[in-house]
Each structure stands twice: as structure tokens, then as C-alpha cells.
Design a protein around this ligand. Structure first.
Ligand code: ZN
Length: 120
């Protein structure tokens, strides 16, 4: 019988496990359940979500263009998702160039939040 005792790393935010500490550190940073990557605006009645249509001539945003446009009804600003912090610098800059602010994440919260009453 072979017995192999190893350290198993568990994600703080989801059920993922890994034998590699480095891989788990990277995963936790990008994990979609990490509060830093979660938008506080989802479910708020002041969040306006619109589908974005593109023409085929919009080559600039190929592959990175957002499919949905998020607007805050409180200040009228176009917002991008907090998970962009996990994107490449180029992709972040491209998204920030078409956004006016980043949605607050679950740690930052927002004093204007009001439940829209729609379960997601
Ligand atoms: Zn995770």
C-alpha cells in the first residue's frame, strides 16, 4: 500500500482545491466568488443593464468588447464590472476607455443600493 500525505489548498471563496499553493493563490485572485471580483450592483434597482449591439466594422473591440452596458441611475455613469481587475492591462485599459467608473465590489458596497426585488 502506498500512502501519500500532501497539503491540499482550498479556495477561500469556492470549492476548488489544488496541490499547488501558487496555482491556488492565482485562482483565488481570479475566482469569480472572490468578493473583490463580485459586483455589488447586481440586484440593485438603480442598475440599468442594456445589451450592446456592434456592427462588424467595430474591429477595435474584437474579443474584448462588452456584451452588456451597465449604467448607474444615481449618477448616470457607465460602469464596468469589478472583475476587470483580473484582466490583462491592455484589456483593462480598453474597457476603462469606454467606462466612466468601476462598479463597487462586495467589499466596497454602495450607500445607494436598493433591492430591485428581482431574484438573480
Ligand atoms: Zn475559487
Amino acid at each position: 500500500m502506498k500512502i501519500d500525505v500532501r497539503t491540499v489548498y482550498h479556495c477561500e471563496h469556492c470549492k476548488k482545491i489544488s496541490l499547488s499553493k501558487g496555482a491556488m493563490t492565482l485562482h483565488e485572485d481570479k475566482c469569480r466568488f472572490n468578493p473583490l471580483n463580485r459586483s455589488y450592483c447586481i440586484g440593485c434597482k438603480h442598475l440599468l443593464v442594456e445589451a450592446v449591439e456592434y456592427s462588424n466594422t467595430d474591429e477595435e473591440f474584437t474579443g474584448v468588447r462588452p456584451r452588456r452596458k451597465f449604467t448607474c441611475n444615481i449618477d448616470g455613469k457607465v460602469m464596468c464590472h469589478p472583475k476587470i481587475r483580473t484582466f490583462s492591462k491592455e484589456r483593462q485599459e480598453l474597457i476603462m476607455s469606454i467606462s466612466q467608473k468601476i462598479m463597487p465590489n462586495m467589499n466596497e458596497e454602495c450607500r445607494f443600493y436598493e433591492d430591485a426585488g428581482i431574484p438573480f
